[in-house]
Design a protein around this ligand. Structure first.
Ligand SMILES: [Zn+2]
Length: 205
């Protein structure tokens, strides 16, 4: 495999930093419905393949799972907030499958050649078919219901929620604005350092 160009940090704050902040803001308001007992039971699910005592990633079944992937995206604009922390919406995944999938439809992604997808990890056809079949069965067994909180809440609570959401959104925008300023400053710092580096390289020639 050819070695890719090393990662550039030029837009680190506005790229990875912004994504992390948005994800954290989404996660922080999710209703927390997990209990320790559910957790242990869920891990024993027959759909999660094991290697010794470790659980394998549900998508590639090659790497050991080291995180939980939200099987369905935590938010759906038209359907309201999904019952995102219902335990069956969490599936074990390896970091690279989790990052690569993001919010993509699992079925399309798993056979795509996106970097980090099971296909790009060279999982062979037969195994990939078995993995797809296993995930489809999982999906059929644990249909996720979308919870439309707007419909569930009283008029008074909806009004309160609207106000709080605006306030919350305000905090997020403020942080993102600060991040933009920080990025501009980071660019200035880097430019000074790069100029210094370049003159050093030229002197050495
Ligand atoms: Zn994986």
């Amino acid at each position: 495999m050819p070695l890719n160009k090393p990662h550039s940090f030029k837009k680190a704050l506005l790229g990875a930093g912004k994504n992390a902040i948005n994800a954290t803001f989404r996660a922080a308001i999710m209703p927390d419905l997990l209990s320790e007992i559910d957790w242990q039971e869920h891990l024993k699910s027959k759909f999660f393949k094991k290697k010794g005592n470790e659980t394998l990633c549900i998508y590639c079944e090659t790497k050991i799972a080291n995180c939980w992937d939200h099987f369905y995206s935590v938010r759906s604009k038209d359907k309201g907030i999904i019952n995102a922390n219902s335990i069956t919406n969490l599936v074990p995944a390896c970091g690279s499958c989790n990052d690569s999938r993001g919010n993509k439809d699992w079925r399309k992604w798993i056979e795509s050649s996106a970097k980090g997808s099971p296909k790009s990890k060279r999982v062979n056809r037969r195994k990939l078919n078995a993995i797809i079949c296993n995930i489809q069965n999982y999906e059929k067994t644990y249909r996720q219901s979308f919870v439309n909180y707007q419909k569930l809440l009283s008029h008074k609570d909806n009004k309160k929620l609207l106000g709080l959401n605006r306030k919350y959104e305000g905090f997020r925008s403020k942080i993102l604005m600060i991040l933009e300023d920080a990025q501009a400053t980071a660019n200035d710092i880097r430019m000074i350092l790069e100029t210094k580096e370049k003159t050093k390289v030229q002197r050495q020639k």
